[in-house]
Design a protein around this ligand. Structure first.
Ligand code: R1P
Ligand code: URA
Length: 238
């Protein structure tokens, strides 16, 4: 089957994939693969395959935002991928979840637009238990600040004139905010595949991001490298 959004033939795809927003991050993560091959580049979707600890896996970028990412997730699943882990970046909602730390997302608040058009209100966006347990187990072997809990998926990066109720979600204990996990978890649930996510914290989500957002620091590079290693191990230790 030809996957026209990815420009990849399904029989080239493995059963497991790391997904991430940034195509350059996909290229960097793919450097950990043996016999790596770039299958295709189309739009924001870069698809690499190769071997990690002798297991054939893919590393694929999905771009920014749920609608575009959903196209990528659906195509990977149509191509036979049954386990996906997102390695992303996110803004923190909690003081103790400091920039440079990692968050394993156990579930995502669906404050995006995409999922409300594919499932009814109230349908939960939850991570797969096995993948999440693997991710958490990998973080326990490290001396690295790591948290696990609920994240929130939003379509808005730069705030408009309508205020978003950040304080309510902070008070409810949500740990971090990003833009694709709810879509990943919802699609994985309705397509009966497994998904999990780990994100590196690049700042505080309720800050003025037009002033405070900079994910291109050494601290972030270190956190993303660590998240990628954790995700690769969790995906292939299953
Ligand atoms: O770093 P990635 O994986 O792209 O994730 C986060 O960064 C992007 C915003 O800059 C959004 O895609 C958000 O979810
Ligand atoms: O969506 C995102 C991603 C990184 N940092 C944020 O504050 N928000």
């Amino acid at each position: 089957m030809y996957l026209s959004n990815l420009k990849v033939e399904s029989d080239q795809l493995p059963k497991k994939a790391i997904v991430c927003g940034d195509p350059d991050r996909a290229t960097l993560i793919a450097e950990s693969l043996d016999n790596r091959q770039l299958l295709a580049k189309n739009r924001e979707y870069y698809t690499y395959v190769g071997y990690y600890r002798n297991e054939y896996i893919a590393v694929v970028s999905h771009g920014v935002g749920s609608p575009g990412a959903a196209v990528c997730f659906e195509q990977l699943i149509q191509g036979g991928v049954g386990e996906l882990i997102r390695v992303g970046t996110a803004g923190s909602y909690q003081k103790q979840v400091e920039p440079g730390s990692l968050v394993v997302s156990t579930a995502a608040v669906r404050t995006d637009g995409l999922t409300s058009q594919i499932v009814p209100d109230g349908f939960p966006a939850v991570a797969d238990l096995k993948i999440t347990n693997n991710l958490v187990a990998e973080t326990e072997n490290l001396y690295f600040p790591t948290f696990s809990g609920i994240t929130l998926t939003l379509d808005v990066f730069y705030q408009g004139v309508t205020p978003f109720p950040h304080q309510q979600y902070q008070a409810a204990g949500v740990l971090a905010v990003e833009m694709e996990i709810a879509a990943l978890y919802t699609i994985a649930s309705i397509r009966n595949v497994r998904a999990g996510a780990i994100v590196a914290i690049d700042g505080y989500a309720d800050a003025d991001l037009s002033v405070d957002y900079n994910p291109h620091t050494d601290q972030m590079k270190n956190a993303i490298d660590q998240a990628a290693e954790i995700a690769l191990s969790a995906l292939t230790n299953a």
